[in-house]
Design a protein around this ligand. Sequence first.
Ligand code: C5P
Length: 256
Amino acid sequence: MAGTAPQKTARDYIVFALDLPGLAAARPYIERLSGAVGMFKVGLELFVREGPEIVRVIQRTGGTPVFLDLKLHDIPETVRRTVAGMADLGVAYTSVHCGEQPAMLEAAVAGSSGRVGILAVTLLTSVGTGPDGGADVETLVVHRAAAAAAAGCRGVVCSGKEAAAVRRACGPRLTVVTPGIRPPQAGKNTDDQRRVTTPAQAVAAGADYLVIGRPIRDAPDPLAAVRRIAGQVEDALRNSGPISRQRSSGTPQLPE
Ligand code: C5P
């Protein structure tokens, strides 16, 4: 049917973070995982070494969408012009810190011309919760998410622990991206991440995308790790239903 978006499958939830030191190291992952994950995330480490060409390599290798995760934080005009360049590069998403004022986020949205989804970084998942068990963090994240939605952002980056509260506050149309994912088999090792959830927990809380780096990158068989995580996402979707889409009634419509 013309104009109908293809059904989102479990693997589309997975955003693999290409946290690697250059094209030679990244290429095997790009070739192996193209089409097996929903998106590749290119961060500062790889972008500093390879520049825009790394995005073109991914686009030529199967066309998996790219999240160019540069976590911008600068004066509005610089952010606007930078995001305009990203739009020309054809990336699907980029990230901007919530910052002190909405002007920076608004400038990113303006620079995107609707061609790049702006994801506002609320509070890094490497920041832990205090003795209150996370209530203050949740309040802060929800406050920033609401400000990002009001500024016209497509979505937010937060941990799975705050995803449900963000959904309740901002409604179903905001894209919720959750890093700090550790599959159950990772045990207690969370590396430098502090606010962590399993894939199933994040999906049940309403996450649209799970950013996953080391649990896939460092697995003996990265493709098998992706398939295992996709299975966990599928189970969670079956058990809980995509909560994100059930909460739509009565919530304000967010800008695209
Ligand atoms: O799964 P792993 O911990 O290896 O994922 C690390 C990735 O998650 C890094 O690429 C980092 O930039 C990203 N990240 C993020 N937002 C956060 C925390 C981590 O995009 N709040």
